[in-house]
Design a protein. Structure first.
Length: 446
């Protein structure tokens, strides 16, 4: 467990600046907050960019998660994303060779030595440095994405409860357990939230990859906003700190009393989302940001936020990317892509990528099922890659698709992977279908 993934004396500097900001009069804090947040993120990025002049490097071998085959991975970088990669890749690590830290300008030569031996290479870098890896066949994946809900639309339209079974069930459980909420600026309740809700909950949820926010920094967030606490039978069971902006708000810190799993099963977290949304609407806010999650389309937190009708966006206060490259002749690299549908960068736009697994061509129902499972509003499109091709015409899915964009590619195998990620571009592989749906609602055909 780590307090921060920032290098050197940055955490102490943040604490010192947070302490100074704490003496700013309350009436000025709201006005200063956007600028202070931007300045803090710029400062953090500067320290990260400088720290990445030297990168720790690992060469890891083990058993990959889905098929149990041997997998080798080259991993360079520091921070939570670099730590998480091995956990995503391996069910069992057999060997790990650490090559120490290398200078950034030596990265290309080191990659040349390891790329022929590794099934996959991952380099965690600020996008300023990572641009140089694009020409070497790396796909750029944002380290974090964030979710924002548009409150100018009616919630009934945003939530679409008639078709959203998961959210309907969450709301049913909120009513069943008779939750209510309280908005507070009481410092004593904040201290209780930090000690009894946040500190136990985050390590329980994220394990070894936990990155804790320090007390002073979190108190700065609290002093610039409010604390929402969810109550059941007079006891607080969950809560979140909400930062306030001129036209919107951001739920920035969340916690559950003692990290208890039974509260989570009883929709205490869902209640926090629900009441935060209701409160924000009453305040007249135009939007609310529900925070960051990892860029994998099958991630549980991402799926949970998607069900609340939010749009995915690039996290503007973090420009770190996971540069990913796969070896063309490696079946385990395809296994990784099939098991981890992800969000990647196409210029400034976000796109989704799904590798379909199977021994037959996909029919139209298969494609519509993938779209339903993995498309997230805010993506430029969802690219589906089928090694076996498609058993239908593009027109069949165009008529069935909702207001979304699908790109269907035939690919897979060594030929497709050899040119990856260029093979994802139009014209680089045979395109079975690329279309934008027609205006207005339409329904899937039986």
């Amino acid at each position: 467990m780590r307090k921060t993934d920032a290098p050197g004396f940055y955490p102490g500097l943040v604490d010192a600046l947070s302490l100074i900001y704490g003496f700013v009069p309350s009436f000025l804090k709201k006005a200063l907050l956007p600028g202070a947040e931007s300045a803090a993120s710029t400062l953090r990025r500067l320290f990260l960019v400088l720290s990445q002049l030297r990168l720790p490097v690992r060469f890891v071998q083990g058993k990959e998660k889905s098929g149990g085959r041997e997998l080798t991975a080259f991993i360079a970088g520091r921070g939570r994303a670099a730590s998480d990669i091995a956990g995503i890749l391996f069910s069992e690590v057999r060997a790990e060779k650490t090559s120490g830290a290398l200078w950034l300008w030596d990265l290309k030569s080191v990659l040349s030595r390891f790329e022929s031996r590794a099934d996959m290479a991952f380099v965690v870098l600020d996008e300023l440095w990572a641009k140089a890896l694009t020409a070497r066949g790396f796909l750029m994946v944002p380290e974090w994405v964030t979710f924002r809900m548009d409150l100018t639309r009616p919630l009934a339209r945003t939530w679409n409860l008639s078709r959203n079974k998961t959210l309907r069930e969450n709301l049913r459980r909120i009513r069943k357990h008779r939750y209510s909420y309280e908005i507070t600026r009481d410092p004593k309740k904040f201290d209780d939230f930090y000690r009894c809700f946040y500190l136990p909950f985050i390590p329980e949820k994220f394990g070894d990859s936990t990155v804790l926010t320090g007390y002073r920094l979190m108190k700065l967030f609290f002093q610039s906003g409010v604390l929402l606490l969810v109550k059941q039978d007079g006891e607080f069971v969950s809560g979140n700190i909400i930062m306030l902006y001129n036209k919107g708000a951001k739920s920035i810190i969340i916690g559950v009393r003692e990290g208890r799993a039974d509260y989570i099963r009883k929709a205490a977290l869902a209640a926090s989302y629900y009441f935060t949304t209701q409160w924000a609407v009453k305040q007249g806010f135009r939007w609310i940001d529900f925070g960051e999650c990892r860029p994998y389309l099958n991630d549980g937190i991402l799926y949970f936020k998607k069900r609340w009708g939010m749009r995915v966006e690039r996290y503007r206060h973090n420009r770190t990317v996971i540069a990913l490259k796969v070896r063309a002749s490696s079946p385990t690299a395809e296994d990784f892509l099939a098991d981890n549908p992800l969000i990647y960068l196409n210029g400034k736009a976000l796109r989704g990528l799904v590798f379909a697994r199977g021994d037959r061509p996909l029919d139209s129902r298969d494609v519509l099922s993938l779209e339903k499972s993995f498309f997230v509003p805010g993506l430029e499109n969802l690219t589906v890659v089928s090694p076996r091709g498609y058993a239908f015409t593009a027109e069949a899915v165009r008529d069935a698709s909702s207001r979304r964009t699908l790109r269907l590619l035939e690919g897979g195998g060594e030929e497709f992977m050899k040119d990856f990620p260029k093979s994802l571009r139009p014209g680089k592989t045979q395109m079975s279908s690329e279309f934008r749906p027609r205006p207005g609602p339409s329904k899937p055909r039986g």
